[in-house]
Design a binder for this molecule. Sequence first.
Ligand code: C5P
Length: 218
Amino acid sequence: MIKRKNILKIAIDSPAAAGAGTLAKSISKHYNLFYLDTGKIYRFIAYNKIKNPKKFNLIFVKSKIKKLKVRDLTNKTLLSDKIGTEASKIAKNKKIRKIVHSFQVNIAYNPPKKYKGSCLDGRDITYKIVPDANFKFYITANLKTRALRRYKELKELNREISYSEVLKSIKIRDKNDLTRKISPLKKTKDSLLINTTNLTKSACFLKIKKIIDEKKNS
Ligand code: C5P
């Protein structure tokens, strides 16, 4: 695998709807980093499973990941709650995780030349995908705040869903992601905890920017 030297690598782990995606995007833009929302890869697999239930097996997943382009992950269909729930079931599968692993590692260590580095967010980024990241963050918020944020996002996309349904599915996903044996969501000792419950988007961004700039300039 090609590894670009002297690039800035930021790794973020977080439970669903904690605001990590928004933050990762603004941080990536500010520092000119290539951003990858790794949850979208599991969602992409889930979407293909729902669309082709009979064809779904490891060979099918491998062929889809081989052809996968990052722009395929921007499809708004992937944001649905149904796909998120299916993604968290799929993400328990060790063999599927292995297929996804190299796609993520390649982007983290060899982002397109025009970028100064990479920023990945997910559940196992800080300890499995980019264990030597220059900065590691664990971004979280309380359950109800996360559910409300996700509910508003889905409403903006005109999705028919109630707040209590969103709350329920986030609870299920949290349980799946935190308790699974393979690559569970966890905060590593070397990750900085950012609780976004009572912070605005710009306050979160400034907090992280300060941490990065202080270390970069020291
Ligand atoms: O981040 P997002 O909510 O879109 O992720 C969907 C699901 O994909 C998560 O609930 C989790 O089970 C799985 N996932 C994972 N590892 C990652 C990213 C996401 O297991 N690095």
